[in-house]
Design a protein around this ligand. Structure first.
Ligand SMILES: Nc1ncnc2c1ncn2[C@@H]1O[C@H](COP(=O)(O)OP(=O)(O)OP(=O)(O)O)[C@@H](O)[C@H]1O
Ligand SMILES: [Mg+2]
Length: 372
C-alpha cells in the first residue's frame, strides 16, 4: 500500500452547483470559500438539526436531536452499537425519513432534496459497496459520471483522491481483490471525488490498520484546515475521536447526552479531579516512601498513587481542576529541594474513556435532561 500523499490539498475547482435558498454556510454554487472577515458572526453550520427524531415502531432510534456541525471542524458522533448514529446519518442524507423534527444540510432539507444533498455531500456509508469487477479507479469514474463531473476535471481529481487515501498503486485492480481496509480507503476517495463542502463518514476507520488510521485522520484534518470542510464522523473508537475531533457529541439510546470540546465535556462530566504524572528513579522502599511523602505534601494534591509497574509513573490527583500547572511546578521544586531524582513530570488530560463512561452512567440514572 502506498502512503497517502502529503502534498497540499487541491484548491476547489469551482464546479457549477445549484444554489440553495437557505445556505447558512455560504457554501453554494461552487465558489471558493472566502476567508470570513473579522467580526462576521453569521451562523456557519452546514449541518443543522432541530428536534430530529426517528421512530421504528415503538423504538425511538433518534430522539429530538439538536446538532450543529460548522465549516472548518470535525464533529465526532460517539455512541455504542445501536445508539442511533447511522440512523442520524441516513436522515442527514435523505436516505431515511424523519418521524419528526428537521435537518438542514448545506442549507437544504434532505427529506425534500435528497439528490441535491447527495451531490453536495461526500458520504462514506458504514458498509461500502463497489462494483467488484471494476477497478477502484473505474468505480471512482462511475461516481464522477453520476455526479456529472466533466472527464477532464474528474481524472485529476480521481488521481489525487487515490493518492490521498494511499491506494494509487492498486487503483487499477478489480475491487473484489481489495481488502476490507482498501475498500474503506476507496470509500473515502469516493466521498472526496465531488469536492464536497461536507463530509459525512460512518465509522470511517474500523477496517483500516493503525498506521493507515493516522494517515486518514491527518487527511481529514487537512481537509478541514485547508478547505474549511465540515466533517461529521461517527465512531465508537474513543481514542480516534479524541485525537481528531474538534467537538464531540455523546449519543446514548438515541439521545445526545452531551456535546462540546474535550475540555467542555471534561468540565461537565468530570469529577473535578485532574492528574499529574511524575517519574522518579527510586532505588528502594525508603526512596518510594519519601516520594509519596513529598508528593502528598504539595498543596492541591488530594491523593497519591504509586506506580502500577516498576518503571511507571506516580499519579498525583489534583483538585480543583486547573491547579495542575502549579502542582507540576511544585513537584519540580520539591524534587530539587529534597534531592529526589525526578525524570519526568506532566499533566495528564482526562480521557474520553472516563468522560464517556460517566456521561452514559449519568444518562442511565435519569439525568439526561439536565446534561443535554
Ligand atoms: N430499518 C430499521 N428498522 C427497525 N429498527 C432499526 C432500523 N434501523 C435501525 N434500527 C434500530 O435503531 C437503533 C439505532 O440503530 P443505528 O444503526 O442508528 O445505531 P448505530 O449507533 O449506528 O450503531 P452501530 O454502532 O452498531 O453502527 C437500533 O436499535 C436499531 O436496531
Ligand atoms: Mg452504525
Amino acid at each position: 500500500m502506498t502512503a497517502p500523499s502529503t502534498r497540499p490539498i487541491r484548491k476547489k475547482t469551482g464546479r457549477p452547483r445549484s444554489t440553495a435558498d437557505n445556505d447558512p454556510a455560504g457554501a453554494a454554487a461552487g465558489r471558493a470559500r472566502p476567508a470570513r472577515p473579522a467580526g462576521d458572526d453569521r451562523p456557519r453550520a452546514p449541518i443543522r438539526t432541530r428536534g430530529l427524531t426517528k421512530e421504528y415502531g415503538d423504538l425511538v432510534a433518534v430522539d429530538h436531536l439538536d446538532l450543529e456541525v460548522h465549516a472548518g471542524e470535525i464533529f465526532g458522533l460517539l455512541g455504542q452499537n445501536g445508539a442511533g448514529k447511522t440512523t442520524t446519518i441516513l436522515m442527514l442524507l435523505g436516505l431515511a425519513e424523519p418521524t419528526a423534527g428537521q435537518a438542514r444540510v448545506v442549507g437544504l432539507d434532505p427529506a425534500r432534496h435528497p439528490l441535491e444533498v447527495k451531490r453536495r455531500v461526500g458520504y462514506l456509508p458504514d458498509a461500502v459497496g463497489f462494483y467488484g469487477d471494476m477497478s477502484g479507479r473505474d468505480n471512482l469514474r462511475y461516481t464522477a459520471r453520476l455526479n456529472r463531473i466533466p472527464r477532464a476535471e474528474a481524472e485529476p481529481a480521481i488521481d489525487e483522491a487515490l493518492e490521498q487515501v494511499g491506494l494509487a498503486a492498486r487503483a487499477d485492480s478489480p475491487t473484489d481483490t481489495y481488502s476490507r481496509g482498501m475498500l474503506q480507503r476507496l470509500g473515502i476517495a469516493d466521498a472526496l471525488i465531488k469536492d464536497p463542502d461536507v463530509l459525512i463518514l460512518d465509522e470511517p476507520t474500523t477496517a483500516i490498520d493503525p498506521l493507515g488510521v493516522k494517515e486518514i485522520l491527518d487527511l481529514l484534518r487537512s481537509l478541514v484546515t485547508e478547505r474549511q470542510m465540515a466533517i461529521l464522523l461517527s465512531s465508537h473508537l474513543l481514542n480516534q475521536v479524541q485525537s481528531v475531533c474538534d467537538r464531540i457529541g455523546i449519543f446514548a439510546a438515541g439521545r445526545l447526552i452531551g456535546q462540546g470540546t474535550m475540555p467542555e465535556l471534561a468540565h461537565r462530566f468530570g469529577d473535578d479531579i485532574a492528574h499529574v504524572e511524575a517519574e522518579f528513579e527510586t532505588a528502594d522502599e525508603a526512596g518510594a516512601a519519601r516520594v509519596r511523602e513529598v508528593l502528598a505534601a504539595i498543596p492541591g494534591v488530594v491523593d497519591v498513587a504509586a506506580p502500577s509497574r516498576p518503571d511507571g509513573a506516580w499519579v498525583a490527583s489534583v483538585s480543583p481542576v486547573g491547579e495542575e500547572t502549579r502542582v507540576r511546578r511544585s513537584i519540580l521544586a520539591a524534587a530539587a529541594a529534597t534531592g529526589l531524582d525526578l525524570t519526568s513530570v506532566r499533566s495528564v488530560p482526562p480521557s474520553l474513556d472516563d468522560i464517556y463512561r460517566r456521561a452514559v452512567e449519568r444518562a442511565a440514572h435519569g439525568h439526561a435532561r439536565d446534561v443535554r
